[in-house]
Ligand binder design. Structure first.
Ligand code: CP
Length: 308
């Protein structure tokens, strides 16, 4: 693979290899081992058209830990504000001959479009409601390190499934790796035919969380809603917010996850987010190692293509 545009199309061995590589990168990402220099002289450009804290920061650190020159394009102060299109912006950056371009954009398919136009590797850092593949990989690594495996586990993904690229990428990855996936939320926040992606659909948290190994909460993406899809935040929290009472339905050692950014008191109670079952901080930490592994894997592939 030359690009990472989504989890769709990745096989069990592809994912296993990336997770193994990321696991081996954890100590470098923690600076307990020497920084690698395999990307010395290589250029990585981060092009974020949508807000990000975790993804942008961890891609920047990942590139730097590998020795690359990393450039963050600040879209807010770029010529995008003067009306330059996505493709023209990308072609301008492409002329500077980067080795890797990382893009986040509000339109589904933006990363794939870019990959067809530029000469370097492209990583999708989130495209609309479509995919966020490195998030699914860091979630999988977090689960695998805590539970020792992915196959045979039951994972409940809860909340705003409709707008969630994180949910889509996780559903694909978890199915490929042999986990069972439930989606839990109000019917107004369920994409049509979601069961055809390999999920069991629940509209009640009580049923959906019963005996699960992992509870993955999602942010209510009100900025993407053109009409009111939930009655009120208070009602939403009462029915779908993860609190101690609802969490009791899951296995006693179930992991609590959230990709962030969290809205405390909307989809998750503060004490649960900070509680003993929460691995939310570990998810963020695994982000650097996973992004190192993906960048290394893509650049290795390019070396193979070039016959090096
Ligand atoms: N999880 C995630 O993508 O977070 P950011 O939007 O902060 O990058």
């Amino acid at each position: 693979h030359r690009h990472l545009l989504g989890m769709a199309g990745l096989s069990y061995p592809d994912i296993q290899t990336l997770l193994d590589r990321a696991d081996a990168d954890v100590n470098v990402s923690r600076r307990q081992e020497k920084k690698k220099s395999i990307l010395r002289g290589r250029t990585q450009i981060n092009l974020f058209f949508e807000a990000s804290t975790r993804t942008q920061a961890s891609f920047e650190l990942a590139g730097k830990r590998l020795g690359a020159d990393v450039m963050n394009m600040s879209v807010a102060s770029s010529s995008v504000k003067k009306g330059e299109t996505l493709i023209d912006t990308a072609m301008t950056l492409n002329a500077m001959r980067p080795d890797i371009l990382i893009i986040r954009h509000s339109a589904a398919g933006a990363a794939a479009l870019l990959a067809r136009k530029v000469g370097c590797s492209v990583i999708n850092a989130g495209d609309g409601a479509h995919e966020h593949p490195t998030q699914a990989l860091l979630d999988a690594l977090t689960i695998r390190r805590a539970k020792g495996r992915l196959d045979g586990l039951t994972v409940a993904i809860c909340g705003d499934i409709l707008h969630s690229r994180v949910a889509r990428s996780n559903i694909i990855l978890l199915n490929t790796m042999g986990a069972r996936v439930r989606v839990v939320g109000p019917s107004t926040l369920m994409p049509p035919a979601i069961e055809q992606m390999g999920t069991e659909v629940h509209t009640s948290m009580k049923d959906g969380l019963k005996d699960v190994d992992v509870v993955m909460m999602l942010r209510l993406q009100r900025e993407r809603m053109t009409q009111a899809l939930v009655p009120s935040v208070r009602e939403y929290f009462r029915h779908y917010g993860l609190d101690a009472e609802k969490l009791k339905m899951a296995k006693p050692d179930a992991l609590v996850m959230h990709p962030g950014p969290m809205n405390r008191g909307v989809e998750i109670a503060s004490d649960i987010a900070d509680g003993p079952q929460s691995v939310i901080e570990q998810q963020v930490e695994m982000g650097v190692a996973v992004r190192m592994a993906v960048i290394e894997a893509l650049l290795d592939e390019r070396k193979i293509e070039a016959g090096a």
